[in-house]
Design a protein around this ligand. Structure first.
Ligand SMILES: *[C@@H]1O[C@H](CO)[C@@H](O)[C@H](O)[C@H]1NC(C)=O
Ligand SMILES: *[C@@H]1O[C@H](CO)[C@@H](O)[C@H](O)[C@H]1NC(C)=O
Length: 425
């Protein structure tokens, strides 16, 4: 009995080692198991990890009209001919080749979400995917450590993507950018070159930034409540179907946020006090939503803002003096304050001048004595509805300490803003 048992066991062992031998044999693997690239096929572990993330995302894509994802196979992620839409560079001190940019403009891809994709590529500096269909949600980018100095320069004459002089990346002649947007992206890892870039109009302060451009993507769901704990500088989510409030955590983007487009979604709730904490923001655009409430006094802290659009919402109350003062004098940077198609009922005296100068647009509101206002019945109907947002009682807001805005105010063309430029097709 005992002998038998031993024999059986040793048979098992032989069988087991035979199976192990089959699995380990490279020749057999090539024949019977599909040739999956292994860690050792990649220049480094980061690219192998990126490979796994890309393959997982590829598996969730349900529509690919241009057959783009057929190029997303094999181990050569950084090649010019494979992995269309992926770009590599050697950022930071480590100089390790890694995926730094994903540009999927106009590929018409459909996937339920980009969560688990772009937030899992830790060296990603730039994600641009206009006109795809990426379903639910905006991924939280807090986990990504951005290693670059990135400057994004509008260039109407010669649209192209250029590699940086310092890094030998493969972020070269834009295969897909050329047709869709007039922007020149310039990666530079050398801080000494900073001054050179000024000459061709780099946007200052865009260091340690992240760029997330997801206009026209059929995104639905709410903005993540912890959105503010990312380090995004350019956030463009225009023309989607996002719902719910602007999260109050947004104030934590105070240091990083330069431009934010929330234009044309279905955002609702009260205009948050915390938006006024974005003292470095140059563009804030939440037009064409269902936001309500008065303008919080904190908006007087927006000392860098040049374009402020809250048009076509359900805002009410007074257009405050402190807000209009952001456009006044040589230090005033506000060049376009769009508050049209709301339910404001009065306007501070300092704002009248701005209306005259074409800086402030208050058309289609409920302001007595001004031209082009809503019909009284329409105003009465809106104003009789219960109002639940906090009243704008405080006259002076406590503003966060911030670096003073640069003294030389330049009147910029609308399309010279990074996020607005990406709206043009
Ligand atoms: C997609 O591309 C692959 C590889 O180039 C090719 O084998 C396949 O037939 C293409 N499919 C379609 C639908 O064009
Ligand atoms: C001001 O902003 C609104 C809303 O973004 C835009 O439609 C308009 O063209 C802008 N005006 C100027 C002169 O830039």
């Amino acid at each position: 009995m005992a002998n038998n048992l031993v024999l059986t066991l040793s048979h098992c062992l032989v069988l087991l080692s035979y199976v192990a031998a089959i699995l380990a044999s490279p020749a057999l693997k090539g024949h019977y198991i599909s040739r999956e690239p292994q860690l050792l096929d990649f220049p480094n572990e980061r690219l192998y990890r990126a490979y796994l993330v890309i393959q997982r995302f590829k598996g969730t894509i349900t529509s690919d009209p241009k057959n783009i994802t057929s190029t997303w196979s094999g181990h050569d992620i950084c090649s010019e001919t494979a992995y269309l839409g992926f770009y590599c560079d050697t950022p930071g001190q480590a100089k390790i080749l890694t995926v730094t940019a994903v540009v999927l403009n106009g590929y018409g891809l459909r996937a339920p979400t980009v969560e688990g994709f772009i937030d899992q590529l830790p060296d990603l500096a730039f994600f641009h995917a206009a006109s795809n269909n990426f379903g639910i949600g905006v991924p939280l980018l807090a986990g990504l450590t951005y290693l670059y100095k990135l400057s994004v320069v509008a260039n109407d004459i010669q649209p192209q993507v250029s590699g940086s002089a310092g890094a030998q990346g493969t972020f070269t002649a834009g295969r897909c950018l050329q047709a869709t947007i007039n922007l020149k992206f310039h990666f530079d890892t050398d801080p000494k070159k900073k001054s050179k870039r000024k000459g061709w109009g780099a946007i200052p302060g865009a260091t340690d930034s992240k760029v997330l451009l997801l206009n026209y993507n059929d995104l639905s769901g709410q903005l993540p409540s912890n959105l503010g704990f990312s380090k995004v500088s350019y956030l463009a989510l225009a023309n989607n179907k996002l719902t719910g409030p602007i999260p109050s955590s947004i104030s934590h983007l105070q240091d990083s946020l330069q431009e934010m487009l929330l234009l044309n979604n279905r955002l609702s709730g009260c205009l948050p006090h915390e938006l006024g904490m974005l003292t470095n923001a140059v563009v804030l655009d939440a037009g064409m939503n269902q936001l309500t409430g008065p303008i919080p006094p904190s908006f007087s802290c927006l000392t860098s803002v040049e374009q402020l659009n809250l048009g076509s919402n359900r805002l009410y109350g007074e257009i405050p003096d402190s807000l209009c003062k952001l456009a006044a004098g040589p230090a005033g940077r506000l060049a376009n304050l769009t508050l049209s198609s709301n339910y404001f009922t009065s306007v501070a005296p300092s704002c009248l001048r701005l209306i005259k100068d074409g800086v402030l647009n208050v058309k289609n509101n409920c302001i007595p004595g001004l031209a082009n206002q809503r019909r009284p019945a329409e105003c009465a109907s809106f104003l009789s509805q219960p109002k639940t947002c906090p009243a704008a009682t405080a006259v002076h807001a406590v503003c966060p300490a911030s670096a003073p805005a640069p003294a030389d105010r330049v009147v910029k063309d609308y399309s010279s803003y990074v996020t607005y430029a990406t709206l043009h097709k």
